[in-house]
Ligand binder design. Sequence first.
Ligand code: PGA
Length: 222
Amino acid sequence: MKNVLLAANWKSNKTKFEAKDWLKEVSAQSFGEGLEVVILAPFTLLDTISGYIRVNDFPFKLGAQDVSPFDDGAYTGEVSARQIKEFADYVLIGHSERRTNFGESDEMVRKKVERAIAQELKPIVCISDLSQVANLKFDQELTIAYEPLEAIGTGKPQDPDSVEFMANQIRAKMSSARIIYGGSVNADNLRDYINLDGIEGALVGGGSLNSSSFIDILKNAI
Ligand code: PGA
């Protein structure tokens, strides 16, 4: 059985209390081997979640949803990779919501990946088309989340054949990439994607917010 990565992208949601409720409910379940689950949380929750994971020996990993393209220093409002590394092992970079709403360019995404790698964070880099991988030449293995724009948050996931086609195109350019799919993934359609040859997991937004719907997704992942 292949290893599957499930990343829960909470986006700009949840207070500390809401996060703790979710953690309590999800951690009451047991999960099978070969499943790696990463909570991609807002910066404000990293301390709380990493503490919960440590104290409860909860087998989930933690990631941030963005990282500064700079090291520590005079960059008001930014959070550096070194600061994130204190709490988390992963970082999501270049989500289409950042590219669209905050003008993140491919060059900016590349700089963020560099900073993350320098601090030994594992980047999950989002792309929605093939041109966006051109800038991503790194020695380290990257996780690429293929997320077609029209599938994000719409309830209309891309058809699995097209996802497989795209995964092959990505792998032709980045032979060592771990490729996951994101866009309206839920408990019912998850296996359509993680069963594909070229796909090794899923990035789940809306379906990860509610603990019971995320538990259903986890149950179908194994
Ligand atoms: P969605 O979001 O699962 O709500 O479509 C996925 C994402 O934006 O990462």
